[in-house]
Design a protein around this ligand. Sequence first.
Ligand code: HEM
Length: 241
Amino acid sequence: PFIYFVARKKLNSKWLKRSVWLLILGGSQGLMGWYMVQSGLVDVPHVNPYRLTAHLMLAFTIFAFCVWYAADLTKFNSQSEPRKQELSKWLKILFGVVVVQVVWGALVAGLDAGHVYNTFPKMYQYWVPPEIMALEPWYQNFTENSSTVQFIHRSLAALIGLMAIGYWVRLFTVPSSNSAKLWGGIIFVLVLVQYALGVFTLISHVQITLAVMHQFVALLLVGAILVGIYSIRENRAQTIL
Ligand code: HEM
């Protein structure tokens, strides 16, 4: 499509730059995938967790840019948003926490940390696993200790759940536009679904269909938060030419 649109001179300089940027990101993901697969997958389906995380983050980044650009081409309702700054600030914070959560989700997957502590809400009889600081140096625990990585993923999920509830309640206690309510509602439902999928993935010892759905809904959630942020900005609908 890129070649077609360039050949037909359908892209102005802004959209040409954006398309090239997507092309670069897509190409980098090819390289990143190759670099990741190089670290394993020859005889055993296992790759370096850091490379897996980088590959997943790049995939989410490409998706995020596509969603943002698509939103930029869509005519959103130009309803005025009475608490634009406040709502947008909360959504941006939620977005940041979700991005961090995606990183630790990838580490859970990369370390096979979904195969330890397959109970919920407690991790067996513990709220906090005893070996949480077992590795030396201490900071390795955050990314290389399966129990700690799973604990962080669970804790961030709880935080995201609370933030989504808080945002939802706030939307209905202060005046806000229908569009903000709609996207707030979608985000709220996606967080609930994602939370439940995470729990079922864990207690099923990472049943593959559940794990894939958990990954997919994370993507939908990131997209919904971005559209939510976009929809409470000024109406900046534009044409491609
Ligand atoms: C609510 C927000 C959550 C988000 C945005 C989120 C996101 C993610 C992401 C992006 C992955 C990586 C998927 C992959 O690369 O295969 C992941 C993996 C995982 N998550 Fe979550 N998660 C959330 C909540 C939870 C909860 C509440 C639990 C369980 C208590 C959980 C358990 C897991 C497990 C076990 C994996 C590893 C799956 C595998 O090995 O393929 N997640 N999560």
